[in-house]
Design a protein around this ligand. Structure first.
Ligand SMILES: [Zn+2]
Length: 346
């Protein structure tokens, strides 16, 4: 393996250029796919929320145990409604046929108006009770308004929608939404973890996609415990979790992230039966709690090779894979290695 250091941008671009996409073994972190992510962004726009779609996504990731098979447009809208203190404003539809018409509407509180396009030759004027005229995207005070449509002939058909941006009247805080959903303890910590991971880079949130490394388990399995501080499920104490736990049933094959040499294969204390692979440049990956180890120390392994089977050996409360990524001995969040910005996407 060439230069695999951290999850650094330019380097990832370089590696991507070499490896590209399309391995037979699953290479994506099971999360939400592109279509699902786009749905969250669209709903945020639809509800005119001031948060990025990644926040809704983080909440649903935890709510549905990362099982996006359960998530559809209606579910995403329900999550958006939890954040939208005012609810979405139903657009006022101005439609008709003929030389035009005058439609009255009431603005319940101050907001920005947006009216859609009219057909060729049709014009619309927005006025208030005093006859003052307002341009598209004006801020309207609460009160009564009229849209006056003028069409060139009796046979002209027209339809347009008037939207009011009313959300600034109050968007719910994330903590309020989590309260309402009853997400506490580890679930709550997980939501904040996901938000912290993606929010500073909201333009690239969720761009966990096929990359230079193979995700260690095929098919979609939830990340049941993230990297970082957490409440230890065995001792009940706060400690640093040096990897991610992936909720995979016993016996599933564990694939090595990339080429390397096996430096440990067998019992490793709390890790139970484990495999450690050195990839060069100080990078090692660790696969813990295995039921069966399929490699031996000193063996060269290629990206995607099976190194063991998922189990629950060592300090473990049930079958799962503990997956670790270390750089010069220091653990880093494996998800960051499988995460890069859209500019770097091939
Ligand atoms: Zn773990």
């Amino acid at each position: 393996m060439k230069a695999v250091v951290a999850a650094a941008g330019a380097l990832c671009l370089l590696i991507l250029g070499i490896f590209g996409v399309g391995n037979t073994v699953l290479t994506s972190v099971p999360f939400a796919d592109d279509e699902q992510r786009a749905m969250y962004d669209d709903v945020v726009r639809e509800y005119r929320l001031t948060i990025p779609g990644s926040v809704l996504l983080a909440v649903d990731t935890v709510r549905f145990h990362q099982d996006f098979a359960w998530v559809g447009l209606e579910t995403v809208r329900q999550t958006a409604e939890l954040f939208s203190a005012c609810g979405a404003f139903d657009p006022l539809i101005v439609e008709g046929r003929g030389k035009g018409r005058r439609v009255a509407f009431r603005v319940p509180r101050s907001g920005e108006v947006e009216f859609g396009a009219y057909p060729e030759g049709v014009t619309a004027e927005l006025t208030d009770a005093e006859g003052r005229s307002y341009a598209n995207h004006s801020t309207l005070a609460a009160g009564d308004y009229w849209i006056e449509v003028t069409a060139p002939s009796e046979s002209t058909r027209y339809e347009s929608r008037v939207y009011l941006d009313l959300v600034p009247c109050g968007q719910q805080e994330i903590s309020d939404v989590l309260d309402r959903l009853g997400l506490v303890g580890d679930d709550r910590a997980m939501v904040y973890h996901l938000i912290a991971m993606y929010l500073p880079k909201e333009e690239n949130y969720g761009h966990i996609m096929p990359g230079p490394f193979v995700w260690p388990v095929a098919d979609t399995w939830p990340i049941t415990s993230p990297f970082g501080e957490r409440l230890d499920p065995v001792t009940g104490e706060w400690r640093v979790h040096t990897g991610v736990d992936i909720g995979v049933p016993e016996g599933k094959a564990v694939h090595v992230a990339t080429d390397g040499v096996v430096v440990l294969a067998g019992w490793d204390g709390n890790y139970g039966n484990a495999v450690r692979v050195a990839h060069g440049d100080g990078v090692t990956t660790v696969y813990g709690h295995l039921k069966t180890v399929l490699v031996t120390v000193g063996q060269h392994v290629g990206k995607g090779d099976s190194v063991g089977l998922v189990g629950s050996t060592g300090k473990s409360t049930g079958p799962h894979l503990h997956f670790e990524w270390r750089v010069n001995g220091e653990p880093i969040d494996p998800l960051t290695v499988y995460h890069w910005t859209p500019e770097e996407t091939p």
